[in-house]
Design a protein around this ligand. Sequence first.
Ligand code: ATP
Length: 243
Amino acid sequence: MSALLTIADAHVAYGKVEAVRSVSLEVAANEIVTIIGANGAGKTTLLNAIMGVLPLKGRIGFLGADLTQLEIEDRVGLGLSLVPEHRELFWSMSVEDNLLLGAFRGTSAGSASAFERVYTLFPRLKERRKQLAGTLSGGEQQMLAMGRALMGAPKLLMLDEPSLGLAPIIVADIFRTVSELRSAGVSVLLVEQNAQAALKIADRAYVMELGEFVLQGSAAEIERHEGVAASYLGFQHAGESGI
Ligand code: ATP
């Protein structure tokens, strides 16, 4: 397995409160890795720290570079991209202009081929390209947030709760596209509360509780794990995690 992203013994704190504790994780090329866990487990904090929005203590390597030494722009330049939990679109700008903003680096990023790649993945965005982002449906907004992150042709796309607030049929659509990304050579680090949907498309999974990874394995193993089924997949009665 050739590692794209390697994190070792990572800690992230808000003041004196550690929200991420001693986390180690790997994402390989052409892999979908999911981090599942309850509200407040520390998933968003970890993604933000990988992107450089929050300081992280520990080691993070990406394609051989030490990320802790790099600013956010340089992490983007290396091929790292984050789709934040609340999508953070420019509501009064068109779909096309939102996409263009995702391509702020370099000249080739805003090229016709970058638009073509995104519009091939999300034909709906092409149909709506002149429409204001604020008038899109929830699913279309998620597509736009992902499309914007893909404009710079990242090697690793980090997705924070892409299913948030979306109807199951739309979630299925979004997750199908995430699988297509892997086929197109983009690795994905997917944070989700919708564990069932995430485990269906992921290769490997980590389970996060109170800032720590308590379990990891292939997505199939994690899906079969009794504690995971009880706590995160809605099987048996929820209560004791058993992990
Ligand atoms: P969610 O799905 O609700 O986003 P999560 O697993 O992503 O959950 P985080 O948002 O990373 O969890 O939160 C982890 C912990 O850090 C929680 O206890 C949360 O209250 C705390 N936390 C998050 N953001 C801040 C902040 N800006 N300042 C202080 N504490 C924070």
